[in-house]
Design a protein around this ligand. Sequence first.
Ligand SMILES: Cc1cc2nc3c(=O)[nH]c(=O)nc-3n(C[C@H](O)[C@H](O)[C@H](O)COP(=O)(O)O)c2cc1C
Ligand code: SF4
Ligand code: SF4
Length: 272
Amino acid sequence: MAYQVIRNTLIYFSPTGTTRTIAKSVAQGVAINPREFDLTLPLEREKKIYLEEAEFLLLAFPVHGGRLPPMAREVVGALPRGRRPVAAVVVFGNVGYGDALLELYDLCLSRDFEVKAAGAFVGEHSYSHVLGENRPNEADRELARVFGVGIRQSLFCSWNIGREAVSRDALSPYRPYPNKIKLNFMIRPRSCEVCRICVHSCPVGAFVGGDPKKIDFEKCIGCAACVKLCPNKARKFVDDDFLDDIALMAANHNEAKNPVTFLPPNLPEYFS
Ligand SMILES: Cc1cc2nc3c(=O)[nH]c(=O)nc-3n(C[C@H](O)[C@H](O)[C@H](O)COP(=O)(O)O)c2cc1C
Ligand code: SF4
Ligand code: SF4
């Protein structure tokens, strides 16, 4: 169905910021000045989001273990049902996006949304500065903007993205969530200025009593925001097996991957 969109909304979850960067670049291409919901922090996820009938939604989540992070289900599941045009975006760390895009697609359908466009973009891996180093870079951001232009066009046509397009490399039923990674951090006491940026950037409030040294590992989702966002690089991973696994993964995926986008065919101005 074609849409006369009356409002645009951007919703994302982004512990280390790469999904946010891509989502904003896509939004720029759609030429929208969207309402923006950054649902990374727990308090933001408690707020109810009201949607108009003909409202365009841009939903963006990172890939965790070839899947969506569990709160994506919570976030999308809480959106009001209704026929609305949606663009589904995932961001992965140069390894692969597994079933995450299909999962987001299915979540959209479960709310009766119509998926007009879908894309998987690359961001620097949460656990490594080598995997997807410095991405999204300028070329990624430009591609995201061009994708956004395509999205704008897609709103005027009746074509939606079919499930088979986003299923290409995915499994259905989805692959199970990998075993929970128990990250082992070390804080270099002389580098830590107790600024508590790590505490305030944790998406699940896992720091006990606001203490940067005390993490509740039952709550921790291993997103690495506290490591990557520390301005003093005072926090680092220390588990040897974990570090070996990451080094191996980096060696196996050292070639830069390209973003993948799905749009209705024959959009007139997509590449103009
Ligand atoms: C727990 C966890 C699992 C991840 N699994 C994958 C994966 O399966 N494939 C991949 O390419 N990247 C994976 N990544 C990397 C992130 O998808 C990537 O770094 C993304 O850019 C992070 O988004 P953010 O900056 O919005 O947090 C994983 C990251 C975390 C924290
Ligand atoms: S962000 Fe870094 S410097 Fe600040 S409290 Fe956390 S570990 Fe310490
Ligand atoms: S404590 Fe765990 S969930 Fe919180 S920011 Fe650090 S890695 Fe992410």
